[in-house]
Design a protein around this ligand. Structure first.
Ligand SMILES: Cc1cc2nc3c(=O)[nH]c(=O)nc-3n(C[C@H](O)[C@H](O)[C@H](O)COP(=O)(O)O)c2cc1C
Length: 398
């Protein structure tokens, strides 16, 4: 008779916070640090979560609904819950990287946003999840950008996410982790002390023979398999003049399909995005990784959704850690939310199953909130379901 090891930890986790604690224990300190840190003093990353906590829920005591629906669509793709994966570079978290995230999203009926700087090719990721949105930064010249768009389109990406809010604000009070140019023997020896303290993480790479690859295959020139290193890619990006609204219009035209502008914080920008022809915006401050001091992102949502929500799809991105956060965002006018760190913690804690676990935690939390609020569907949610403190909303650029 086989006896299970009684000390073995149950890999299932009940909340995103538990997944984060496991990620912290499992990942080398510099990898964990790269995921957890926001820019500068970390004010915005804290505010993103705190702003959700400042909102209350207004539940009913009886008359709740026996069946509750949370399916919707984003940019023409049907999704089983109002949560999609925001694009993140997840290179060193797990050997399966974006492919694990794509499979988990497919298994739970939702979309993966694939980062420009991803460690896996768009072709591999679309194979793992046909509902892939390809994300692009404004980097390189127009000819190069067209090549990258064409490659993503050919691979089968269903929408383009343009992330244009990056401002190269680099200093972090927590200290930035060292990112090696390449992972070669010399780097491995230098980083060995912190990596050896995380044997489970090291073992999962060792057994697949994969070492974290710090290149960006989706930025490879046509006909070349290997993309530039992370630093090469960053250099190109830093040396690209910032985009104008005409450039946004150009991108929309050039892509010619469903298009999301990610990084909108202001009502005036949301209106310009409508004029530029986008199909969706993501109200986002890059998860607190960009300009520190930007208010908690859910504070900007309702004024923007009120201004443009009847013309384009409005998503909320940043600070979502539980199902009730999703419900709060929907009640303030979002069609769906995007998550970043929440699924990265799941990926670090337990690979593909960990990402599925995070989506299950969110699904169950959304369902509990709908039950408590007496709703049969996410479509019935509105501001009356929330307790919104005076002065909560930050209508910028009105
Ligand atoms: C480690 C990490 C890498 C990221 N990489 C990208 C990226 O390559 N492209 C992008 O558009 N956003 C990127 N983001 C931002 C996310 O898409 C998203 O806006 C943010 O994580 C949302 O906040 P949350 O982590 O609180 O959910 C990254 C975020 C993190 C934490």
């Amino acid at each position: 008779m086989k006896i299970d090891n009684p000390w073995k930890q149950n890999p299932w986790f009940e909340s995103v916070a538990v997944a984060q604690r496991r990620a912290k224990r499992r990942l080398p300190a510099s990898v964990y640090g790269a995921l957890v840190a926001g820019s500068e003093r970390g004010q915005t990353i804290s505010e993103n979560e705190a702003a959700f906590a400042a909102l209350g829920l207004a539940p009913h005591v009886a008359g709740q609904q026996p069946a509750r629906s949370m399916s919707t669509s984003v940019l023409g793709v049907d999704i089983a819950l109002p949560v999609i994966m925001s694009p993140t570079g997840v290179q060193a978290v797990h050997p399966d990287g974006e492919v694990a995230v794509a499979r988990a999203a497919a298994a739970r009926g939702t979309v993966i946003g694939l980062s420009n700087f991803a460690s896996r090719s768009v072709e591999e990721v679309v194979e793992a999840n046909p509902n892939t949105f390809f994300q692009m930064y404004w980097t390189g010249d127009r000819e190069v950008m067209v090549q990258r768009m064409e490659r993503a389109r050919r691979a089968g990406a269903k929408a383009l996410i343009a992330t244009l809010d990056w401002s190269f604000s680099m200093g972090r009070d927590w200290g930035s982790p060292e990112i090696p140019e390449r992972v070669d023997v010399r780097t491995a020896v230098r980083m060995a002390p912190e990596v050896l303290r995380r044997p489970a993480w090291m073992w999962q790479f060792a057994k697949t023979g994969v070492i974290p690859d710090l290149t960006a295959p989706n930025l490879a020139p046509p006909g070349e398999a290997k993309g530039p290193t992370f630093f090469g890619a960053y250099y190109e990006w830093m040396n690209t003049p910032p985009p104008s609204w005409e450039d946004v219009e150009w991108m929309v035209r050039e892509w010619g399909g469903p298009f999301m502008l990610k990084g909108v914080c202001r009502v005036d920008d949301a209106k310009r995005a409508v004029d530029a022809g986008v199909s969706a915006i993501s109200v986002s401050n890059h998860g607190g990784n960009n300009l520190d001091g930007t208010p908690g992102i859910v504070r900007m949502l309702n004024p923007i959704a009120t201004a443009v929500g009847d013309q384009i799809e409005v998503l909320l991105d940043g600070g979502v850690r539980r199902g009730s956060d999703v419900v709060k965002a929907l009640a303030l006018g979002a069609r769906a939310v995007m998550i970043g760190r929440a699924y990265l913690w799941g990926l670090a804690a337990n690979g593909q199953a960990g990402v599925e676990n995070v989506l299950d935690v969110l699904r169950s939390g959304i369902d509990s909130a709908l039950l408590g609020l007496g709703k049969a569907s996410i479509d019935e949610l509105g501001p009356d379901d929330l307790i919104v403190p005076d002065g909560f909303h930050r209508p910028l650029g009105v």
